[in-house]
Design a protein around this ligand. Structure first.
Ligand code: HEM
Ligand code: HEM
Ligand SMILES: Cc1cc2nc3c(=O)[nH]c(=O)nc-3n(C[C@H](O)[C@H](O)[C@H](O)COP(=O)(O)O)c2cc1C
Length: 487
């Protein structure tokens, strides 16, 4: 047993204990390895971090990532200190918005995906909203993601008989009721305590894909068990970051396969986390003039925020070793997430995996291209990719028309990250409403375009003039061995 008074003495970088769910942990030597960065843990050094920990991590996080030797045993708590803790505990919901309930957007008044963003900005604590909304640096790619879809125009064909429109399709070999899906996104519990469980339930109810992220706030089996009575089958895919201890990630993939997850994505665009200044600003300590302005070591707040450090991600992969490692574990369809050039899409084709065009919601490299640009660049430079692979697309999608544009340009599945996170502030019914809105918009756009099924959509439905495009001149003139030739 360790007393709270004892814990409070260990509140520095060189000596950092925290209490999580009644147990004391010595996190001193884990600080630099913590995927969320050391800064966030240090804020709670010597204190109880249960509420903030639970809002971001699943039940098995400690067991999976923290060696048992750091567990110092249960804490003893006196009644007074319990009451005091309730006051000061770093709950994610502690700093709620100041907008009165009666003035906030209600779920009934929401008619499109952008409305959910407004609702989330009113309902969520400023910090949580900043975490979702943030893009890297000047947020140019985050904005460009959105505006680049607006730059694409349709070429609608009229007087085509349209009695019924079917949105049915397959993504990586699995059938779904429509071609859009819920992207893997960490932090869902910040939007609503039910987090991924609500995303999964709504997805199952409407038979759409939920591509679950490995930073989920619930365990793989809690998520695969979550479904409503109406849902016949649970069709989930799993996304991974390769952790520096590859054995941990391998175990996770094998467990996902055992639980029936049907597809896999390796996110390749986040070996470092982008500089997300909205996050930094909401995490900076209150300004106190301590007379030490020139102490450089003390002034690293610009980098010391929850999303900057990713010290325990495996950064040594190249194409060959990554594909070899993945194929050594599974035959499931694999997508490489974060493809931003036609050359890398061509490499996916050569290595027998699927390109997922994404710039991580503009949260990583500011100045990265949008998926529209990459789609068009693949069309121009290597259209074979569309025949050999299923191209997955995300970034800035908020409308059914965006989805239809992506499909006409050759995408097979179209993901939304923030749109669904924002809708999750209303729990499962919010996500369900977002899905219904998008289905309605996609169906309307298809009918007005003159098509009755997804497979009828094709590039002639899109007008390229004035759309963002890559120059035709740069062609690939270097050679890599194919994956097959390596076996
Ligand atoms: C007991 C020790 C802890 C372990 C083993 C741990 C583990 C992890 C892991 C594995 C992640 C990556 C996401 C995931 O897989 O869930 C993560 C992210 C994170 N953790 Fe912890 N954590 C610990 C303690 C804490 C504490 C005490 C806090 C807050 C005071 C915290 C705040 C965060 C934040 C903000 C992220 C970033 C989420 C993101 O960037 O998406 N963690 N942690
Ligand atoms: C980064 C760029 C690229 C690299 C590194 C690359 C590399 C390769 C390699 C190593 C092969 C196998 C050659 C062999 O048989 O030993 C190959 C085959 C092929 N490549 Fe590429 N390539 C690239 C871009 C492209 C582009 C832009 C296109 C199409 C416009 C393309 C179309 C093909 C085709 C049709 C084959 C024949 C094999 C098949 O049917 O898959 N490649 N490429
Ligand atoms: C808050 C947030 C967390 C995210 N977390 C992850 C993650 O853990 N893994 C991942 O591969 N992508 C993650 N992404 C990226 C999404 O999967 C997706 O690529 C992106 O959100 C699509 O752009 P959109 O938000 O404009 O729809 C995250 C995105 C957001 C906004």
């Amino acid at each position: 047993m360790v007393t709270k008074a004892e814990v409070s003495k260990h509140s520095s970088k060189t000596n950092c204990w925290v209490i999580i769910k009644g147990v004391v942990y010595d996190l001193t030597s884990f600080l630099d390895a913590h995927p969320g960065g050391s800064g966030i843990i240090l804020k709670y050094a010597g204190r109880d971090a249960t509420a903030v920990f639970e809002s971001l991590h699943s039940n098995d996080t400690i067991e999976k990532h923290l060696p048992p030797k750091f567990n110092l045993g249960p804490v003893t708590v006196s009644n007074e200190s319990q009451a005091e803790e309730k006051e000061t505990n770093g709950s994610a919901a502690a700093t709620t918005t100041s907008i009165p309930k009666t003035k906030r957007v209600s779920i009934k008044s929401i008619i499109n995906i952008r409305d959910f963003e407004l609702a989330a900005s009113q309902i969520l604590p400023a910090k949580s909203f900043a975490f979702f909304k943030a893009g890297a640096d000047d947020e140019l790619s985050a904005q460009w993601n959105r505006t680049s879809w607006q730059a694409v125009r349709f070429r609608p064909r009229v007087l085509a008989p349209i009695r019924q429109v079917s949105l049915k399709t397959t993504i990586l070999g699995t059938e779904f009721s429509c071609p859009f899906f819920i992207c893997p996104a960490g932090g869902a519990k910040l939007a609503h305590p039910t987090g991924e469980l609500s995303l999964t339930r709504a997805a199952a109810k409407h038979d759409i894909l939920h591509w679950v992220c490995n930073m989920a706030g619930y365990t793989q089996s809690e998520i695969s068990d979550a479904r409503n009575a109406e849902a016949k089958e649970q069709k989930l895919f799993w996304q991974i970051y390769a952790l520096s201890d590859l054995a941990v990630t391998e175990k996770e993939i094998r467990n996902a396969i055992k639980l029936g997850y049907k597809g896999l994505a390796l996110t390749a665009d986040a070996i470092r986390a982008g500089k997300r200044e909205r996050d930094v600003r909401t995490s900076l300590p209150d300004e106190v003039d301590d007379g030490h302005d020139d102490d450089e070591d003390d002034d690293d707040g610009f980098a010391n925020n929850p999303t900057v450090s990713r010290s325990n991600v495996w950064t040594d992969f190249d194409w060959v070793s990554a594909i070899r490692w993945l194929r050594g574990i599974t035959d499931l369809p694999i997508a490489i997430k974060g493809i931003q050039t036609w050359e890398d899409a061509a490499l996916c084709m050569h290595y027998g995996v699927h390109p997922w065009l994404s710039n991580h919601a503009g949260r990583q490299l500011d100045g990265a291209p949008s998926s529209v640009e990459t789609l068009i660049a693949i069309r121009k430079n290597c259209p074979l990719v569309f025949e050999k692979c299923e191209v997955i697309v995300d970034g800035g999608i908020t409308r059914g028309t965006d989805i239809v544009k992506a499909l006409a340009l050759g995408a097979k599945g179209v993901g939304l990250g923030r749109g669904f996170l924002y809708s999750l502030v209303f729990g499962e019914k919010g996500v369900s409403k977002a899905i219904r809105i998008l289905k309605h918009e996609v169906e309307t756009a298809m009918a007005l375009l003159g098509v009755t099924s997804i497979d009828q959509l094709s590039p002639p439905h899109i007008c390229f003039s004035g759309t963002p495009s890559a120059p035709l001149s740069h062609r690939c003139n270097f050679a890599f061995p194919t994956y097959d030739s390596l076996l």
